[in-house]
Design a protein around this ligand. Structure first.
Ligand SMILES: NC(=O)c1ccc[n+]([C@@H]2O[C@H](COP(=O)([O-])OP(=O)(O)OC[C@H]3O[C@@H](n4cnc5c(N)ncnc54)[C@H](OP(=O)(O)O)[C@@H]3O)[C@@H](O)[C@H]2O)c1
Length: 410
């Protein structure tokens, strides 16, 4: 039963993905005698945490009616106390003894005053006597919730669905441990792994339904104040817009271009769609010239000077650190092309790889491969992935992968 309730909490947590960044996704369920009586999840950065949202929903349903009636309940969390005052007359269908309730939460309850007061305190004040935790909090400032609750006599069981709960917050782990943006790389190719004809004839490989998925992902980037990234050749050859289109959105994602080349500035417009739109665009380049930086800034284009690696290409690790630490971009959604994709693999920066496979065969050796720039002699040198999801979208197959941790390269 513990696994069942924690999996529901995991499911709820996923609803907050992208909106909670740079906070982790967290879900919680309140269980009484093997029945879920209230649920909650962290919905948005700065808003109530999952445990507090779950308790607030319990208050709204009248689950605390008896405690409120005999004045044994008050919360130091202002949001929860507000719910108590607002919903104090609501009575639950049956009497609930809080001591018989268990709270399931995917991540250890926080124990500090951040944007919200500590969740550990709210759980204690609610009178819950058993808490099941998925995984511990890695953030040193926020951790300690389990110890606090134990010191108050609450029975805390940790490690329920531990690996699934860790996987749920893999983005948060990258932010906390590596202090860089979490990279989602998406590439589209034919059945023979080509991204288009050698002539450079520009026609999308994937179908219209796949494009909708891409737009949704760009919208997620906008929601989390994150960016869409492309390599220099894709930028100059395709002139992509990199915007959310054909769906409602309140904002646009940022655009990150990785290239030593810069587009010419003449007149008011550059001729490049992505630069002539009102959104943040950053060129990660090797130009150091302050005058140039000023000129481009006047056109709303930021230039970020990046050191080059031994092979003279721009240091992608540095770019992903700057993207997170300076541009506060929790995610980077990289849309290619093949050379950038290969370099991201080499640097071990691909956290999630999504490949759209379109049902075409080009059969042309000279056509560009979906990854390009590597030279290998044995299969042992291959980058290894595991598939964690596949989806048939319109005419295409979408494959979601993660890199095997024991990879021999990068
Ligand atoms: N099917 C798909 O999913 C898909 C997606 C995107 C693009 N495409 C196609 O792919 C083609 C372009 O792909 P591509 O492989 O030629 O080029 P690309 O990956 O778009 O860009 C590569 C260029 O980016 C710059 N760069 C700077 N630092 C780099 C680094 N560390 N690693 C890699 N690149 C770095 C370099 O140009 P500088 O000299 O400017 O520094 C490099 O030549 C286009 O024809 C486009 O239509 C297909």
């Amino acid at each position: 039963m513990q696994t069942f309730f924690m999996r529901r909490a995991i499911e709820l947590a996923g609803k907050g993905r992208y909106k909670t960044a740079p906070n982790p996704c967290v879900g919680a369920v309140l269980v009484h005698k093997d029945t879920i009586i209230a649920e909650g999840y962290h919905m948005e950065y700065g808003k109530a945490h999952a445990e507090v949202e779950c308790l607030a929903n319990a208050v709204k349903k009248g689950i605390f009616f008896q405690k409120i009636k005999n004045r044994s309940l008050s919360f130091s969390n202002p949001y929860l106390q507000e719910q108590v005052l607002q919903f104090q007359h609501i009575e639950y269908e049956k009497e609930i003894n809080m001591e018989e309730c268990s709270l399931y939460v995917t991540l250890e309850p926080c124990n500090h005053f951040g944007k919200t007061p500590p969740c550990s305190q709210a759980i204690f004040e609610a009178g819950i006597k058993t808490v099941y935790v998925g995984c511990s909090d890695l953030n040193a400032n926020a951790s300690g919730g389990a110890d606090f609750l134990r010191s108050k006599g609450v029975n805390v069981v940790t490690g329920v669905c531990h690996d699934e709960c860790l996987e749920l917050i893999e983005d948060f782990i990258v932010w906390q441990k590596e202090k860089r943006s979490f990279c989602i790389l998406k590439m589209a190719c034919t059945l023979d792994g080509k991204i288009g004809p050698a002539t450079g004839h520009s026609h999308s490989v994937s179908g219209s339904e796949s494009k909708k998925v891409t737009m949704k992902m760009r919208k997620n980037m906008a929601l989390s104040h994150s960016a869409v990234m492309v390599g220099g050749n894709t930028f100059f050859e395709d002139n992509p817009k990199l915007t959310v289109r054909d769906m409602q959105t309140e904002s646009q994602p940022r655009a990150f271009i990785v290239s030593k080349r810069l587009p010419p500035l003449s007149g008011g417009k550059t001729g490049y769609f992505c630069l002539d739109q009102k959104k943040d665009t950053v060129f990660f380049t090797d130009m150091k010239n302050p005058e140039l930086v000023k000129q481009y800034a006047e056109h709303g284009i930021l230039l970020e000077c990046i050191e080059t690696s031994e092979n003279k290409s721009l240091n992608l690790k540095k770019i992903f650190e700057l993207a997170y630490q300076k541009y506060y971009s929790p995610y980077v959604f990289s849309e290619g092309g093949a050379k950038l994709a290969q370099s991201l693999l080499k640097e071990g920066l691909v956290d999630i790889l999504i490949v759209y496979i379109a049902p075409y065969v080009l059969g042309d050796d000279t056509a560009k491969n979906v990854f390009s720039g590597n030279f290998v002699q044995t299969m042992q040198e291959a980058y290894k992935f595991k598939i964690f999801k596949t989806e048939r979208i319109g005419s295409d197959l979408h494959v979601y992968l993660k890199m095997e941790k024991t990879c021999s390269q990068g």
